[in-house]
Design a binder for this molecule. Structure first.
Ligand code: GDP
Ligand code: MG
Length: 602
């Protein structure tokens, strides 16, 4: 297929506006899949199916006949949630255009705004499409006006479709062909391919998803990765339609999967350039990936599972390059890792995948953002530059007397909401130490707000709370803006007088008391009664902020069931045993596996 008849595009939208459903219809209409199959075909992962969200961008190559010619359309489905914006960035780097999909009932939402600007600054052609026009409450006119007032999109250019019912889909395909330019690539020059995603296959090792910018690649070729200058032989090449179809050759403009026996996950460097081993080339421009913002310790239930967990983490990070990995040890939990994530949903999805795809059941400790700390100057630390440190693990928080200043990471948050929830949302932002930057009307019932907020106040449950107080109508998106001075302290959790850093937390000084109270109360609830009395305390610099007691229990849970039914007794004993299995001894007290993360949720 000649270059002029290739289109690379992506569908971007706020979560639930129908991207995956539209992708299904496009796959059907181009004969790539048969109608009436499963829905949301590209959501392959179990987490995606269970949560009904897309977390991995997926690609599919479609063939479509238009005016007598066959066109190759490379579609990249992207996730909508903020935590996965890396996937969106990456996908856009190989596209020339996007379909900006907006729900014609919900209208413009926070991620619609964020995604529009992402496509806009990348100079991509934007095809605006209103979806779900079949809904009773659909109001395409109102949403068109929103698009006009926010993005200056001409209402005449806006397509109106129903992805669910398959209305207007051929019009979308025609617009992709007529409006989006073909990629600017060169097939006659030396091979340069951008490695932009990676998956792991049990038999073939790491498989790299590549976009061929220049030249072509064939089976048997010797290729080199620019990053670590390692040589490989091309063993398999495939197109994703969306299942793998083996081919012998891929040419510039195409997207495909390369298997070349990369054994170690670390070898596939996202953003790397692949070239023919004998040719010297200029590397392609990689892309800026977001930095991990939320860190948590990940530990095996017991050390016998250490190797298992290590393998699982290695393989999964290959498929999710946004996760950062460092070794870590904890006095209570032994050898483990400190992993960095883009947000809390990202953390939850990652750990769920560890369990579902690799059978690992790790302990996850309380998540934390990275604080910057300036220590009081001493001759030594000024000389070697160790007077400034970055801390994302409460265990490493220095003693208060050594600290000169603390800084916390800030974000600028965008909230779109119907105006009747404005009051509740403004109090929420205030409670989270937010400062309003702007408030503007999108139309006569919707408002777009911008707030400066501390990252630690939004990573955990801000999004959920926002959804709850607005009955699901408000949406949220954020961007990082750097450090700001702020008084942070370590809120230490003690169990029977023993400091448990794995439960401790770095918090703003004004919140230490409230959070301390919440935490000990929550712990009282989570920690099962045991043989011994347990005192749970929260302290700041040795000062007790809150305390609760957990009374010891009676020795035999079945003692009360005098005589009674033997099967009932057996059941109770079995339950007790099952409960024990997922416990972890910390400070001579057994804690359920989920304690470390559950204690922070409201
Ligand atoms: P994504 O998060 O953007 O990928 O959205 P999905 O494709 O998963 O769709 C979210 C929900 O909207 C699903 O329940 C779809 O069935 C539904 N949906 C998608 N398109 C339409 C449509 O045109 N009309 C109606 N009524 N529902 C739709
Ligand atoms: Mg989806």
């Amino acid at each position: 297929i000649p270059i002029e008849r290739i289109r690379n595009f992506s569908i971007i939208a706020h979560v639930d506006h129908g991207k995956s459903t539209l992708a299904d219809r496009l796959l059907e209409l181009t004969g790539t899949i048969k109608g009436g199959q499963q829905n949301q075909i590209l959501d392959k992962l179990q987490v995606e199916r269970e949560r009904g969200i897309t977390v991995k961008a997926q690609s599919a190559s479609l063939l479509y006949k238009y005016n007598g010619d066959i066109y190759l359309l490379n579609l990249i489905d992207t996730p909508g949630h903020v935590d996965f914006s890396n996937e969106v960035h990456r996908s856009l780097s190989v596209c020339q255009g996007v379909i900006l999909l907006v729900d014609s009932n919900d209208g413009v939402q926070a991620q619609t705004v964020a995604n529009f600007y992402l496509a806009f600054v990348n100079d991509l052609v934007i095809i605006p499409v209103l979806n779900k026009i079949d809904l009773k409450n659909a109001d395409p006119e109102r949403v068109s006006k929103q698009l006009k007032s926010l993005f200056e999109i001409n209402p005449d250019e806006i397509l109106k479709i129903s992805a669910k019912l398959g209305i207007g889909i051929d019009n979308v395909l025609q617009n992709i062909i007529t409006k989006i330019p073909s990629p600017k690539v060169d097939r006659s020059s030396k091979l340069r391919a951008l490695l932009f995603d990676c998956t792991y296959d049990r038999y073939r090792g790491a498989l790299s998803l590549i976009y061929i910018q220049d030249g072509c690649i064939s089976l048997g070729d010797s290729i080199t990765t620019f990053h670590n200058k390692k040589d490989y032989e091309v063993r398999t090449l495939s197109l994703l339609r969306p299942d793998e179809v083996r081919v012998k050759k891929l040419v510039a403009g195409q997207i495909g999967l390369v298997g070349c026996n990369m054994r170690s996950p670390k070898e596939a460097h996202i953003g790397d350039t692949i070239y023919h081993s004998t040719c010297l080339i200029e590397p392609l421009e990689g892309f800026k990936l977001s930095q991990p913002m939320v860190f948590a310790g990940v530990y095996p239930m017991d050390q016998s599972q250490h190797i298992n967990l290590r393998n699982a983490i290695e393989k999964l990070t290959l498929n999710d390059s946004a996760v950062s990995v460092e070794l870590d040890t904890s006095p209570a939990l032994g050898q483990g890792w400190r992993l960095g994530f883009l947000g809390l949903l990202h953390l939850e999805v990652f750990t769920q995948r560890l369990t579902q795809e690799y059978g690992a059941e790790p302990i996850i400790t309380a998540p934390s953002v990275t604080y910057k700390i300036k220590l009081k100057p001493t001759k030594q630390n000024v000389k070697d530059g160790s007077d400034v440190m970055y801390v994302n693990n409460p265990a490493n928080f220095p003693e208060q007397m050594k600290i000169e200043q603390t800084f916390e990471p800030m974000i600028i948050g965008t909230i779109v909401t119907p105006d009747k929830y404005l009051g509740a949302i403004m109090s929420l932002c205030m409670e989270r130490r937010g400062v309003q930057r702007s408030a503007n009307n999108i139309d006569n019932e919707r408002v777009i707000l911008q707030y400066d907020l501390p990252l630690c106040e939004v990573v955990l449950d801000f999004h959920d709370t926002l959804k709850t107080i607005s009955s699901g109508y408000a949406s949220f998106d954020y961007e990082n803006t750097g450090y700001q001075e702020s008084s942070m302290v370590k809120l230490a959790i003690l169990l029977n007088g023993t400091l448990v850093d794995e439960l401790s937390n770095i918090v703003h000084v004004t919140k230490a008391k409230t959070i301390g109270k919440q935490m000990v109360f929550k712990l009282k609830d989570i920690i099962p009664r045991q043989m011994v009395h347990i005192a749970v305390q929260a302290t700041v610099n040795g000062k007790v902020m809150a305390r609760e007691n957990i009374k010891p229990y009676r020795k035999d849970v079945t003692a009360k069931l005098y005589g009674g039914d033997i099967t009932r007794r057996m059941k109770l004993l079995a339950q007790q045993a099952a409960g024990k299995k997922k416990m972890r001894m910390v400070a001579n007290i057994s804690l359920p596996r989920e304690t470390f993360i559950d204690v922070l949720k409201k």
